[in-house]
Design a protein around this ligand. Structure first.
Ligand SMILES: *Cc1c(COP(=O)(O)O)cnc(C)c1O
Length: 438
C-alpha cells in the first residue's frame, strides 16, 4: 500500500515514511492510494469476531507486508488491552464507550497504535524519534501514555502552566520513562509557537529526528476505523440491526474521517451525523458548499472547539470537493451549549446515564436527525469520546450532583508529578532538547 498527499504534489510514500513524517512535504495530508475493500464474505467472517481480530483484519490491509502478521497481531493486542463496550439506552439507541483506555478518552485508540508503529519503524531505521507535542490537554495525555516505554521513541510535551485541569496535568506529567513534560509559563499558543520553531530550527534538526503526533498522522486515523467496524458488526450480531447511523462529536474531523474509511472498506454503516458545537464551518460547508471558517469559539464541549478543522482536507478529497455528495453520506448538525446541557439532564433523567458534553452533542444531533428525517425507527450509535470524570465540573454543575471517581483514577491522582518548568522563550526549549541524550 502506498500513501499520497491530498495536495497531490509530493511523491507517494510508504506507510513507514508517512508515519514518521506526519505531514507531506507539500503541506497536504497522507491518504492511502486506494481504500482496501472487504468482500461481503470477508465481512461475514468477521461477524462475532473479537475487537482485536477485527482490528487485525483491517490493519493488515493497510499495512500489507510492511509488518509481519505475527508482529502486527502482538502490536494490536498490546494496544487494545481494554474493552470497547456498546451500551443500549433504548430499543434502537446505543452508546459506544470509547473512553476505557488509560487516559479515558477515545484518543487512546489512535495514539497507542501510532506509538507502536512509530517505534517499530524507528527500530527498523535504527533511529531514535523525538515526538514533540504542544497540548492543551487530551491529545498530550493520550500521546504520553501511548508512547510510554516504546523503544526508539521519546516524547517531549509542552503544556501551559495553570491552564490544564488537575486531572489532565496528572496525566501529562506522570507517564515517566521516555516521556518528558515541560510546563511552560505561557498559554497554549506560546507552546504551539515554540514547537513550530523547533521543527524549523536547522541546528536542532541536525542532531534530533523530530516528529509530531497530531491528528493529521495517517497512522492515528487508520486505527480509529476499528471501532466503527466493531460497533456495526456487534449491532448486527447481538441486536439484528443493519446499517446503523453513527453520530460523531467532531472537532478536527479525524474521528469522522475514520468512519468514512470504514464505510468505504465495505462495513455495513448507514449514514453519518457529524455533530458540531458553535464551531460549525464544516456543517455550513455541507449545507451550502462554501467553506468559510470562523475564528474558534469557546464552548462547553471544549475538545470540539476548532474553527478550521485539519481533517477537512481529507474529507474534501474523498468527495472530490462535491459538498452535495458529502451531504448524501454525512449530515452536519450544530448543537448549542444550552441544548447540550438540556441533553445531559434529560439523558440522566430518562436513562440514569451520565453523559459528558461531547457525547451529549452527538446524542442530541442523532435525536434531531431521526425526528426531522422521519427516521425514528433507525438504529443509531453515538460515539462517546470521553469519560464523564474528564469533564467533572461541567457535569456536576449541570446535574447538580457529585460524580464518583473511578479507582484507577484515584491511583493516577496520587502519582508524583514530574515536569520541568520553562519560560515561553524558544531558546529554553532548544536548550532542553539539546540536553537530551543523543
Ligand atoms: C478530540 C476530541 C473530539 C474531537 O475529535 P476529532 O477527531 O478531532 O473530530 C471529541 N471529543 C473529545 C472528548 C475529544 O477529546
Amino acid at each position: 500500500m502506498i500513501y499520497f498527499s491530498t495536495n497531490k504534489s509530493s511523491i507517494p510514500v510508504s506507510l513507514k515514511k508517512a508515519t514518521l513524517e506526519g505531514l507531506a512535504p507539500d503541506g497536504g495530508l497522507y491518504i492511502p492510494s486506494e481504500i482496501p475493500r472487504f468482500s461481503p464474505d470477508e465481512i461475514k467472517l468477521l461477524e462475532g469476531a473479537s475487537f482485536n481480530n477485527i482490528a487485525f483484519a483491517i490493519a493488515k490491509k493497510f499495512i500489507g507486508s510492511d509488518i509481519s502478521p505475527d508482529e502486527l497481531s502482538d502490536m494490536i493486542d498490546n494496544c487494545y488491552t481494554f474493552e470497547t463496550p456498546i451500551v443500549q439506552l433504548n430499543s434502537n439507541t446505543f452508546i459506544e464507550e470509547l473512553f476505557c483506555g488509560p487516559t479515558l478518552a477515545f484518543k487512546d485508540y489512535g495514539a497507542r497504535f501510532l506509538a507502536r508503529l512509530t517505534g517499530f519503524f524507528a527500530a527498523e531505521e535504527q533511529r531514535l524519534i523525538t515526538v514533540l507535542v504542544a497540548t492543551s490537554g487530551d491529545t498530550g495525555s493520550a500521546v504520553a501514555y501511548g508512547f510510554q516505554g516504546i523503544t526508539n521513541t521519546r516524547v517531549v510535551l509542552l503544556y501551559p502552566s495553570g491552564k490544564v485541569s488537575p486531572l489532565q496535568e496528572q496525566q501529562l506529567t506522570t507517564a515517566g520513562n521516555n516521556v518528558y513534560a515541560l510546563e511552560v509559563e505561557g498559554n497554549f499558543d506560546d507552546c504551539q509557537r515554540m514547537v513550530k520553531e523547533a521543527f524549523v530550527d536547522p541546528s536542532l534538526n541536525k542532531s534530533l529526528t523530530l516528529t509530531s503526533a497530531n491528528s493529521i498522522n495517517i497512522s492515528r486515523l487508520i486505527p480509529q476505523s476499528f471501532y466503527y467496524a466493531w460497533a456495526c458488526l456487534q449491532l448486527k450480531e447481538i441486536y439484528g440491526f443493519n446499517n446503523p447511523l453513527f453520530a460523531v462529536p467532531s472537532g478536527n474531523y479525524g474521528n469522522l474521517t475514520a468512519g468514512i474509511l470504514a464505510k468505504r472498506m465495505g462495513f455495513p454503516i448507514g449514514h453519518f451525523i457529524a455533530a458540531s458545537n458553535a464551531n460549525d464551518s464544516v456543517t455550513r460547508y455541507i449545507d451550502d458548499g462554501r467553506y468559510d471558517p470562523h475564528p474558534t469559539i469557546t464552548t462547553l464541549s471544549t475538545a470540539m472547539d476548532v474553527g478550521n478543522p485539519s481533517n477537512f482536507a481529507r474529507l474534501r478529497y474523498f468527495y472530490n470537493n462535491d459538498h452535495a455528495a458529502m451531504g448524501r453520506e454525512i449530515t452536519g448538525i450544530a448543537v448549542s451549549d444550552e441544548e447540550t446541557r438540556a441533553t445531559i439532564r434529560s439523558v440522566y433523567e430518562r436513562f440514569d446515564y451520565i453523559m459528558e458534553p461531547h457525547t451529549a452533542v452527538a446524542y442530541h444531533a442523532l435525536e434531531r436527525y431521526r425526528s426531522t428525517e422521519g427516521a425514528a425507527e433507525r438504529a443509531g450509535i453515538v460515539l462517546s469520546t470521553a469519560h464523564p470524570v474528564k469533564f467533572l465540573e461541567a457535569i456536576e454543575k449541570t446535574l447538580d450532583k457529585k460524580i464518583e471517581i473511578p479507582s484507577n483514577l484515584q491511583e493516577l491522582m496520587e502519582k508524583k508529578k514530574s515536569a520541568t518548568l520553562i519560560s515561553s522563550e524558544y531558546k529554553e526549549l532548544a536548550s532542553f532538547l539539546n540536553g537530551l541524550d543523543q
